[in-house]
Ligand binder design. Sequence first.
Ligand SMILES: [Zn+2]
Length: 338
Amino acid sequence: MDMHAVVIHEPGGPEVLHYESMPVPEPGIGEVRVRMRAAGLNHRDIWVRTGTSGPFTGPVIPGSDGAGEIDAAGPGVFGIETGKKVVILPGMSCGRCEACLSGQQPACLQYRIFDGTYAEYVVVPQQNVAPMPSGLTFTEAASIGIPFLTAEECLKRAQALPGQTLFLWGATGGLGVAILQLAKLRGVRVIAATRSAARADKLKQLHADDVLVWDGTRDVTGEVLNLTGQRGVDVVVDSLGQLTFAQSLAMARRGGVVVTVGGTTGTTMQCDLAQIFRRRLTILGAFMGQSGILPRLLPLFARGVLLPVIDHTYPLEQADQAHEQLQRGVFGKIVLEL
Ligand SMILES: [Zn+2]
């Protein structure tokens, strides 16, 4: 039996995403096969495509997030019925080491992120699927994964408290929209920054308290200090990196927390360490999150407490156009439908 999938044979631009036929994979011991119905795009997919997520080791099917139905199970799989609707859990680890056994899977030496959801069928270990929230479409369910996993990890580790203030760069992206919602759920005041005036209203609809439209030159730090009575914010979440991190350090309050969770503008920077030690800042790195986070958050989507935010959908064969749009900028998520 053959299936359709999007395959990258050599790194490059969106044109290297080839829509092809290939054999349907067979589930091995402890694995399940999922008939995918939707695949959510992440910036990671672009890095996989361009070969910047690690050394390029041969043909790869991109895509870490997705939703579909259980189609087949390998030997040793019990209690997962064929036809059950599931969400892919994209974090993969050994399951046996101290980090894994203490619930810190991203610290596992074998931790990696699953690639392969741009395909009609995927095979994953049975612990890498979770029940899909009721009342959601496959497209909505496919939009949740990495952004909400990472967002919750950021907020949990930053220990943002009710009444505190959080500054959020890149608020309109998939991760930004997730952080905004989870921060508001905690009773945190959110100052959100976006480069698009057209998207500022949408951030207000998601209950951002203040929205700063930022053109790359505007003195965001000064405005944040004005909005906080010159005190600075308790928590800054920075996924842009090189372009913004110095400002992130400057706008944090004394004793505040700056979370670095990505580098979409680059990952190299220079800073004055006195800025960190004299002002007693905590710098936290966040990457993916504990495996228990998504199973804990998914029911909140069924109850309408958290909202999937979809910017646009494309059929699988138009993955190249979907990538181009993601690189141009989005509000929420781009999802491929299969
Ligand atoms: Zn491990």
